[in-house]
Write a protein that binds this ligand. Structure first.
Ligand code: TYD
Length: 139
């Protein structure tokens, strides 16, 4: 399967009306896990690259609820770049994929939904370690 299939773009229900927009995301329904943690990243400028890690356990959905940013996802060979620029779209990222977030607009608020509570031990923050781990798990 390609990364595009493994990391689908999700489209959330927009229940907006003449009073404004309302987007609903329900754990286990619109996204394929129960949400255990929510965090958001803002105030990162266009030169910053965030992420730069893989997670052994966590699955994520990334949504730019304001502004825009890009996420580059790789499994060490394929690469998939998504521009997040609408509050009603997100991208699902399963475990053990490397991700970088960058090109943040000044008004970017990047919302992240996670399937786990935070645990630093499940992060792989060195790209060479990541490549070694996925190679081991594939052999
Ligand atoms: P970091 O993983 O570098 O952020 P990102 O990759 O999403 O840009 O996290 C920055 C700091 O915040 C780091 O010291 C770990 C801490 N942190 C938590 O304590 N809990 C969390 O849920 C997250 C995402 C980070």
């Amino acid at each position: 399967m390609s990364l595009k299939e493994i990391c689908p773009i999700l489209h959330f229900a927009d229940l907006g009306d003449e009073r404004g927009k309302l987007v609903v995301i329900e754990g286990g329904q619109a996204i394929p896990f129960e949400i255990k943690r929510v965090f958001y990243i803002y105030g990162s400028d266009a030169m910053v690259v965030r992420g730069q890690h893989a997670n052994r356990e966590s699955e994520f959905v990334l949504i730019n609820v304001a502004g825009k940013s890009k996420v580059r996802i790789t499994d060490g060979s394929d690469e998939f770049i998504v521009e997040l620029d609408k509050p009603m779209m997100g991208v699902y990222i399963p475990r053990m994929l490397w991700k970088d977030m960058y090109d943040f607009s000044p008004d970017s608020v990047l919302l992240v939904l996670a399937s786990t509570h935070y645990s630093e031990g499940e992060y792989i923050r060195d790209y060479n370690d990541y490549l070694k781990e996925i190679t081991r798990s594939q052999s």
